[in-house]
Structures are given as structure tokens and as C-alpha cells.
Ligand binder design. Sequence first.
Ligand code: G3P
Length: 205
Amino acid sequence: LWLMAAMAFMGYALGSVPFGLILTNIGGAGDLRKIGSGNIGATNVLRTGRKDLAAATLGLDAAKGFLAVLIAWVMTSPDFSDRTASLAALAAVVGHCFPIFLGFRGGKGVATGLGALLALSPITGLIGCAVWLGVAKASRISSAGALAAFVVMPVVILALYGFSFQSSPKPMATLLISLLVIARHHENIGRILRGTESRIGQKKN
Ligand code: G3P
């Protein structure tokens, strides 16, 4: 049990690292908090005009979710506990959304959640990435892509693993991650409904 708690803490700490803020600071791209949505994620980094930093933020934020799951599996070898890995996945997304270093004011968990789910259930993660990219590209609204992906992924993983927590903890973790990511988008959902959500490539006024 102590190992499970340690892996939850590891996931949270890893998830807490705000790569968007770090990279825009190093890259001199301005204060993310005062740009666009004020969010620390790759979408908002893109609004600084620095595609390179946005791509790096996306990659690194996803990598911390992916790594949290891998570390949890490695540390629980030779059992490779799915329970501990699922908890680490959830903890990484919680860490990104509520980082202790930023007074718990973090991001929305899209990249970190996708990274964690790519590790936890590659089929689910790949379908999520496809939905995210497809909907974002078609609508030119990043948050719409994210919302669609995090609605689809719990359905996919439930279809793969079934409803029973006894058989696999992965669907439960995915469901909780999705609920958190969707809840973190409440402002985006309001803007989408009002038709005022900003579009990718559109200049913010
Ligand atoms: O990655 C978060 C994205 O879905 C929305 O970001 O900055 O438009 O609120 P943002």
C-alpha cells in the first residue's frame, strides 16, 4: 500500500511540472497568464505565436502523464499493477490541474490525460488523439477537440475492459480523468455555447 501511495505522489509531482510556463519563460514568449485564456497549456502557448514552444509544451505535458504510468508499472514489477498505474495516471492529471507550485491553479489536463491514457491503454489513447485532432481541425476549436476526445475515451475503454472494477481499474481511472478534464473546461464550454470560443490561428483581440 505504501508503494501505491508513493506512486500517487510521484504522479502528482510529475503532473505538477508546468512545462507551458517554464518554456514560455525560458523562450521569452511573454506571460501566459495574461495571454488568451490565461491557461498554462499548449493551446495557450500557441497564442503567443510560438509554434515551437506550443509543440514542446504539448509533448512534454503528454510525456509526464505517459511517464507517470510507466514508472508506476516498473516500480510494481513483476506484478505490473494496473491499479497503481491507473492511480498514477489520475494523479498526474490532478497534478497538472492543481499543481501545488502554482497555488493549485493549473491547467486543463488535456495533454497530460492523453499521455497517461496512451500508456494505460494505447488503443484508447490513440483513438482519443485521433478524435482530438480531427475535431480540433474541423472546428478550429482546440477545446472542442479535447471535449470530444474525453467523452469518447471512457466509452472506448469501457467497451474494451467492461464495467467491473474487479476486472480492471482502467475504465474507472479514465472516467475520473475525463470528468476532471471536462469540468476544467467549464469556461470553454460556456464560450462554445455562446459562439465566442477562440479559434486556432485566429488573432486574439
Ligand atoms: O488544452 C486545453 C484546451 O482544450 C483549451 O485551452 O487555452 O483554449 O482554454 P484554452
